[in-house]
Write a protein that binds this ligand. Structure first.
Ligand code: NAD
Length: 284
């Protein structure tokens, strides 16, 4: 049971965790923290948080659990504001989509890897943002990856694991580098393809006509291009190495496909499509 949870960044990810913990009677009081009073008032009116303040340092005072769910570019600033303000037994975790950059921010601000910080990433989300988009079932039957380091206190890891399990998630642990490589392939690359596809079509001109004939396949594929541009800018900048490596590999795949089409090589096309379909049916 968490007595006092501080959620820094009460949007889709932070708001959904607060709602889910409440729905499972796993939290006493929830304090929200963010930049906009208007959004925080909305979060309070929706019953996501009990109280709010705009200063992360004040929000974390007396909290036994702190969840940081701001865009990656804002995490270092939050660390700086909570430094020296934490309660003695407090555990801090986050939901940032890239882990290497968050850990680098922690080292830069705190001068070391803090033992009470458990880096995390819920593999759950939608293309929508803000507290209005949050819902209590978001984490049910979803995975959460924790990337603790040698310095991380095992008890802190256990408390964060227990919190995610209470809201129905399956918790796994991974190294930081492995997390960032895996997510570059399975999440960050597909978002680049969706943004890139819609942008390329837009730049073909006569958009009305192009999008008028876009059917179900296009709708499915392009859904994630409605995701927050600022959030995705931050993810790209934070995971640039792993993501550019994936984009280069994907570029080779597109060249191979394009060459096969130009050669009218039906065998090669069947090989590529068959391999992809079998993999999707097996794993997705
Ligand atoms: P969101 O835009 O819905 O919410 C972010 C919240 O943080 C907003 O309420 C915003 O006002 C607040 N905020 C921004 N800058 C701030 C600052 N400097 N101080 C305090 N609050 C600030 O975004 P989200 O989808 O909830 O994403 C939050 C985090 O979760 C990001 O780090 C993202 O990488 C990660 N994440 C997102 C998804 C997803 O699918 N959306 C999935 C997993 C992880």
């Amino acid at each position: 049971m968490i007595e006092r949870l501080a959620v820094i960044g009460v949007g889709l990810i932070g708001g959904s965790l607060a709602r889910a913990l409440r729905a499972n009677d796993a939290v006493g009081e929830v304090i929200g923290c963010g930049r906009s009073i208007e959004h925080l008032e909305r979060a309070q009116a929706l019953g996501v948080i009990d109280a709010y303040c705009q200063d992360p340092g004040k929000a974390v005072a007396n909290a036994d659990m702190v969840f940081i769910a701001v865009p990656l570019g804002a995490i270092a600033g939050v660390f700086a504001r909570i430094q020296g303000q934490l309660a003695e037994q407090a555990v801090i975790t986050d939901g940032g989509s890239v882990k290497g950059s968050v850990i680098a921010d922690a080292v830069q601000v705190f001068g070391e890897i803090p033992s009470w910080f458990v880096p995390g990433h819920p593999i759950a989300g939608t293309e929508r943002s803000g507290v209005e988009a949050s819902f209590p079932e978001l984490y049910q039957n979803r995975r959460v990856i924790l990337t603790p380091l040698a310095e991380t206190d095992p008890q802190a890891i256990e408390r964060v694991r227990a919190m995610w399990e209470r809201v129905g998630s399956e918790v796994t642990e991974m190294s930081v580098a492995h997390h960032d490589e895996v997510l570059a392939a399975t999440s960050h690359l597909p978002h680049m393809l969706a943004f890139g596809l819609v942008d390329a079509l837009t730049r073909l001109g006569s958009n009305d006509e192009i999008f008028r004939y876009a059917a179900g396949g296009f709708r499915d594929f392009s859904r994630i291009a409605s995701s927050s541009p600022e959030m995705w800018r931050d993810i790209c900048l934070a995971n640039s190495e792993a993501l550019t490596a994936m984009l280069t590999r994907f570029g080779s795949e597109m060249t191979e496909l394009s060459d096969a089409i130009r050669r009218k090589d039906g065998e090669a096309l069947l090989r590529i499509f068959g391999r992809a379909r079998a993999a999707r049916e097996r794993y997705v």
